[in-house]
Write a protein that binds this ligand. Structure first.
Ligand code: HEC
Length: 282
């Protein structure tokens, strides 16, 4: 009798603990002050009409596009962003020949030393050099950009979720916060020196909007709309992050074909090996 009573009490006590436990987060939320209102960043990225040519199982690079993308990087982004894992010789993959790469590299200055005095200076780059950083160090980078360091772009499309579409969206994502929300709360105002961009994870980015119509003159005559430039430079940055992307896909097709062939061979040899050993019906 006492045992039964004791177990009922223990059971009730356990139930009470479980109930309180499950209510605890709610009680805590109730007791704490509310979060300030904020904009949720846009997780669904946009993409060019028809998508990127290198996407999908049969996607390939468009060399013209990559060259245009390089032009956008060179004339716009390189003022603030480095590309430290890409060497000038890699540009041969974009369809430039050796002489063109040599000439292109010579347009850039990289850190060097004076051959007579040993002082630090700059010299024209050679194909084996890597793209230089526009700033001598992080302090200078911060000082020029409202205390934010422009990150290296070599691996950017790999460093963010859905990276290729993210970079494209970010470049075209500059906008204004909804005036109604701003009227409701000062928390919605864009801080001075920052720019409202819904695709950036904290909404206010230190990078000013970059792409304006006809900002550059494409050497192949393509019209330089912001969408066009965003698509081209994003393609270029996808290439810098994974130059072997197309090769990888093509290898995949070859491997699938080979495995298919090997499966047929295995099946035929199985038939051959067991041909004489099939149990005979009597
Ligand atoms: C005037 C300098 C400047 C130029 C030019 C510039 N950027 Fe930026 N960029 C920045 C700064 C500063 C940041 C860091 C922003 C932050 O952390 O708030 C940044 C950040 C980025 C990011 C990273 C965003 C993230 O998720 O962290 C990408 C991608 C980017 N820039 C791409 C580009 C591309 C592509 C171009 C050329 C079309 C370009 N930028 C031109 C200054 C610049």
């Amino acid at each position: 009798m006492t045992i039964r009573l004791a177990s009922i009490i223990v059971g009730l006590a356990l139930t009470a603990v479980l109930v309180l436990w499950s209510l605890a987060p709610g009680l805590l939320n109730f007791a704490l002050p509310e979060d300030p209102p904020y904009y949720a960043y846009q997780e669904e990225n946009i993409q060019p009409a028809g998508g990127f040519v290198f996407e999908g199982p049969l996607g390939t690079w468009d060399e013209q596009q990559l060259q245009r993308g390089y032009q956008v990087y060179k004339e716009v982004c390189s003022a603030c962003h480095s590309l430290k894992y890409v060497a000038f010789r890699n540009l041969e993959q974009l369809g430039y020949n050796e002489a063109e790469v040599r000439a292109e590299a010579a347009n850039w200055n990289v850190p060097g030393i004076d051959p007579l005095t040993g002082e630090a200076t700059t010299r024209p780059a050679t194909p084996t050099d890597y793209f230089p950083s526009p700033y001598p160090n992080d302090v200078a980078a911060r000082a020029a950009n409202n205390n934010a360091i422009p990150p290296d772009l070599s691996l950017m499309t790999k460093a963010r979720k859905d990276g290729t579409h993210y970079v494209y969206s970010l470049l075209l994502g500059y906008n204004e916060p909804d005036p109604e929300d701003v009227a409701k709360s000062p928390d919605f105002e864009t801080p001075a020196g920052l720019y409202f961009n819904e695709y950036f994870y904290n909404i206010n980015i230190a990078m000013p909007p970059q792409l304006y119509p006809d900002l550059i003159t494409y050497s192949d005559g393509t019209e330089a709309t912001p969408e066009q430039m965003a698509e081209d430079v994003t393609a270029f940055l996808t290439w810098t992050a994974e130059p072997s992307l197309v090769e990888r896909k093509q290898t995949g097709w070859f491997v699938i074909g080979f495995l298919f062939f090997a499966t047929i061979l295995a099946f035929l040899s199985y038939k051959q090996v067991w041909a004489g050993l099939k149990p005979k019906k009597t």
